[in-house]
Design a binder for this molecule. Structure first.
Ligand SMILES: *Cc1c(COP(=O)(O)O)cnc(C)c1O
Length: 400
């Protein structure tokens, strides 16, 4: 059997931590009740587990439990936040502001709203991937109802200045939503200090299960109203109907708890491995780091390689290491990543981009192995490009 590639695609998803799995298991087979069944023990058990998970998740972002609405993940949370606000506040205004480097789960709901007559401003970013606060302030208007800016970018890992943005929005009475799918459990989040009104969360980027997430919805100063996007039994105070997925909810809270408990030790460890990888790769010249060098997730390294064909580079690496070229969505459609384009990268550089997402189970040995393989592959591709006859390696044919 051939060796499986080393997994460094932690921005796409992460494995479930065995401690999370252990916490979830009883809720599949023993405590399997419906949290909405109020007439018997099975329901009470599930309800108690959901209540505890809700309290822990709320505490993790300095919210209160009634402000947590469980969803199937961050995609649904983003849709609920953006479309839910648009539908509830359209009489106040129809202008929404977001940013070019947002996830498609934010950009596409905005595009949809534009088709209904909302006006969307999509702000550019600076060359380092960060929003310029003056640019943001300049586009805010009396009819702006919502600003949506992510906490941490899923490709380049940059951390946006949420507190500064939140303050400007609140000064003007504009709601502020943040997609924190990549940030929860990895960097500190505080919805009070950051003045965030709506925050999207997901479990599967932080060693929790797939298919569960939440939307934080502020209840005071100001109280946010949302139009539900899914109607039914009136679960989650009417904001999101559907039987609560108890095992996933328990796993989500456990995963976030572990992330917080281990953050102090894990952050410097990941930064150390990430910086070591970047330093070792300097054996090759012509590498360009994408995104702010330090204001980024500790496990993120995103770089473009000058002078090699992107497709050949990825084909050359895929048996060694599982990484992405850009976002998962754009690698399927073979469009250059919209995030890298927003940073001003050429199509060639955008295609020749490696996104490394180091995580809890990444070891120094793995980083050494990957660094060697990446250096060898880049070197081979470059020498092949100069002299295709005299090549010591098999290089996949470049596809233009
Ligand atoms: C992964 C991700 C999403 C989508 O989350 P799901 O829970 O998979 O729906 C949204 N936004 C960002 C920034 C992400 O990284």
């Amino acid at each position: 059997m051939t060796q499986r590639p080393i997994y460094l695609d932690g921005h796409a998803t992460t494995p479930v931590d065995p401690r999370v799995m252990e916490a979830m298991i009883p809720f599949f087979t023993q405590q399997f009740g419906n949290a909405a069944s109020s007439s018997h023990l099975y329901g009470w058990e599930a309800e108690a587990a959901v209540k505890q998970a809700r309290e822990r998740l709320a505490a993790a972002i300095n919210a209160s439990p009634e402000e947590i609405v469980f969803t199937s993940g961050a995609t649904e949370a983003n849709n609920l936040a953006i479309k839910g606000v648009a539908e509830a506040y359209f009489q106040r205004g129809r202008h929404i502001v977001t940013v070019q480097t947002e996830h498609n789960a934010v950009l596409d709901p905005c595009t949809y709203l534009a088709s209904l007559g909302f006006e969307i401003t999509v702000l550019p970013v600076q060359a380092n991937g960060l929003v310029n606060l003056d640019d943001l302030e300049a586009v805010l208007r009396p009819d702006t109802i919502l600003v949506s800016v992510m906490a941490a970018n899923n490709e380049i890992g940059v951390l946006q200045p949420l507190s500064d943005i939140g303050q400007r929005c609140h000064d003007l009475g504009i709601l502020f939503h943040s997609d924190a799918a990549q940030a929860i459990g990895k960097v500190p989040l505080d919805v009070q200090a950051m003045q965030v009104d709506l925050m999207s969360l997901t479990a599967h980027k932080v060693y929790g299960p797939k298919g569960i997430g939440a939307l934080y919805v502020r209840r005071r100063n100001p109280r946010v109203t949302l139009a539900p996007q899914q109607h039914g039994g009136g679960h989650e105070r009417g904001m999101r109907s559907g039987t609560l997925y108890t095992p996933q909810i328990v796993g989500f809270a456990k995963a976030v708890d572990l992330g917080l408990a281990e953050m102090t030790a894990e952050t410097p460890r990941l930064k150390g491995l990430r910086d070591y990888l970047w330093a070792r790769l300097q054996a090759c010249d012509g590498l360009v780091m994408n995104g702010h060098p330090s204001q980024r997730l500790p496990g993120n390294l995103n770089l473009s390689v000058a002078g090699v064909d992107g497709q050949a580079l990825h084909l050359g690496l895929r048996s060694l290491v599982a990484i992405s070229s850009g976002s998962a969505c754009s690698s399927a459609s073979r469009q250059p990543s919209h995030v890298l384009k927003a940073l001003g990268r050429s199509n060639d550089l955008a295609y020749a981009t490696l996104r490394f997402g180091l995580g809890r189970f990444t070891t120094a040995d793995e980083i050494d192995h990957v660094a060697e393989g990446v250096i060898a592959t880049i070197t081979a591709l470059r020498s092949a490009a100069i002299d295709p006859i005299d090549q010591g390696h098999t290089v996949p044919e470049a596809i233009s």
